[in-house]
Design a protein around this ligand. Sequence first.
Ligand SMILES: Nc1ncnc2c1ncn2[C@@H]1O[C@H](COP(=O)(O)OP(=O)(O)OP(=O)(O)O)[C@@H](O)[C@H]1O
Ligand SMILES: [Mg+2]
Length: 169
Amino acid sequence: MHYPNCSADTLEREAAALARAANSPMCIFLHGDLGAGKTTFARAFIRAYFACSSLQVPSPTFTIVQTYSSKDCARDSFTHGAGGGNEAGAGDEPGAAPRELSVWHVDLYRVDCVEDVWALGLHEAIHEHICLIEWPNLLKEANIAGDIEVFLTVRTQEARDFVIHTTRA
Ligand SMILES: Nc1ncnc2c1ncn2[C@@H]1O[C@H](COP(=O)(O)OP(=O)(O)OP(=O)(O)O)[C@@H](O)[C@H]1O
Ligand SMILES: [Mg+2]
């Protein structure tokens, strides 16, 4: 899907729509130059995923990884995914505790080599959680593809083009 000349509001709305349909595990690559809107996209996604609009989602530029859990929000039920397969508690025994949902928000801009990426535990996280990864080129070079790839291009100070490309069937 191609979204030309979008405001930040539109970008955030589409990120939230993607989050509401997301099923874990899922790996989302966020491509784009400095200031293109990768963190803005991820923030809107994470807030919508946890149905928690006040959740603090700082840029992971310096921490490299920020993790979020359904425990972080004062909400005890979540509904995600069109099929409901990722709904907290889905598939559990009646009365079982809701399954904890985790999101990793990662920025690889300051990471130099793929060994350092694995040292972060990202390989495991990709297979267990939802991962939103800014500057994912090291992973591309290691032949790891995102299930979804978002390409952001700055048009003007307030407008972005973006493309959402889904590779997962
Ligand atoms: N249409 C738009 N879409 C997204 N961000 C926009 C838009 N218009 C203006 N902005 C602003 O551009 C900035 C984008 O910053 P953001 O931190 O999301 O970029 P980034 O791609 O993560 O950069 P970095 O590579 O430094 O991590 C924000 O201040 C945001 O408010
Ligand atoms: Mg960023």
